[in-house]
Design a protein around this ligand. Structure first.
Ligand code: C5P
Length: 231
């Protein structure tokens, strides 16, 4: 009986997100300054790719919108769209969201982009240089504003201080169902690591603090919580 129960549980977990379409953004964005330079960040994409894998393992049809990363995807249920800038990610995400049951916003999107991109390589000079930056659109907030009752939206918050309060305010501002908070104050959490220590903050106000886990385990925890709130 025990063996049958374990086997049933295993196959049930592989079907938890069957027939669900999940869109995921992952990695950094690069904001072009000229043909050879950009403004970027240290996001490795590991967390978002792990979530794509976990959702596909749970039976979902996954659209993974990936910024420039060196990671590979292997699962046949993952359709990957490679983008570079926040604007490209915005366009891909807005068009994929319409037909998705859930979106998980894991990308580290640049807050600003250069006001102008030079079509020729900028030349060095002896003078100081000032770059004018303009804000990028908030992709998560745009999807939050469009979200239907049958859709779920999950965000991430990477904080260095006042972690819970900042995450709560992002949850409300972006109309998220839950937010995955990680603090740069926790060792083993954040960009580049294979582990993460997260806190789930739900719309209901429920707060779940987790231990340090592998990103694959955190991804499974996210897929599980998604299943619980999807209609
Ligand atoms: O406001 P902040 O950038 O800290 O919010 C983080 C959350 O919002 C993440 O889920 C991130 O993927 C998403 N985000 C976004 N588009 C932006 C900025 C953040 O989707 N331009």
């Amino acid at each position: 009986d025990r063996i049958v129960a374990v086997i049933e549980e295993f196959f049930a977990s592989q079907q938890a997100l069957a027939k669900k379409k999940v869109m995921i953004t992952a990695g950094p964005t690069y904001e072009k300054l000229d043909p050879v330079r950009f403004i970027g960040n240290y996001s490795s994409g590991k967390m978002g790719f792990a979530i794509a894998e976990a959702c596909a393992q749970a039976g979902a049809e996954v659209t993974l919108i990936a910024g420039p990363v060196s990671l590979k995807t292997t699962h046949p249920a993952i359709k990957r769209i490679d983008v570079e800038s926040a604007d490209e990610m915005y366009n891909a995400a807005v068009s994929a969201f319409e037909d998705s049951d859930a979106a998980i916003m894991c990308a580290a999107v640049a807050d600003y982009k250069p006001a102008e991109c030079c079509d020729k390589k900028m030349k060095r000079s002896a003078d100081d240089m000032t770059l004018k930056l303009v804000p990028n659109r908030d992709i998560a907030a745009a999807l939050g504003a469009k979200k239907r009752d049958d859709q779920c939206l999950v965000g991430f918050a990477l904080e260095t201080n006042d972690e819970e309060a900042n995450a709560q305010s992002k949850l409300a501002k972006k109309n998220l169902d839950f937010i995955v908070l990680n603090s740069l104050r926790d060792s083993g959490a954040g960009f580049g690591y294979d582990t993460n220590k997260v806190t789930f903050i739900h719309r209901s106000g429920e707060v779940e603090q987790q231990e340090l886990k592998t990103k694959a385990q955190v991804a499974e925890d996210i897929a599980l919580r998604l299943r619980k709130i999807l209609p």
